[in-house]
Design a protein around this ligand. Sequence first.
Ligand code: NI
Length: 176
Amino acid sequence: MSIKPLVILPDPLLRQISKPVESFDADLRKFSADMLDTMYDAPGIGLAAIQIGTPLQMLVIDLAKEDEPKAPQVYINPKVLWSSDERNVYEEGCLSIPDYYAEVERPKQVRVSYLDIDGKAQEVDADGLLATCLQHEIDHLNGVLFIDYISRLKREMVVKKFKKLAKDRPPSRLAV
Ligand code: NI
């Protein structure tokens, strides 16, 4: 298990489309542990594989509160099967866009199919924070970021700020 460097805006990797996972083996298990370690270290409540530079359709989530035991969840090749007409708003952030938060409106409930770490088909009915988190992370697999839902003016300001910051920083995927 190890903590991996995070891919940060405006790294073009974040716009890459991730590929389905095909092999469910020890390497995948190790990779999911690395994703969780990286997410806990950040700290964050969700992480997609592309955020540590691997374009695989895989994401991890843990919504346990600080005083609760860890509750890691791993979702592989997830697909949104249904989303509610009812919507709600959360203030979202992203480990790839540090220290920036904005309100995003999304469907309040979603039904998602996915494979677990053993490759077994699963389905989840998610509501509230889990629904938002799943949609945010599944967006990452399609190269979509939460700033794509805010106004163009705000988005351009955020991207500009991160481009400026990136000049003083080596590309994240080369970091060790
Ligand atoms: Ni994110």
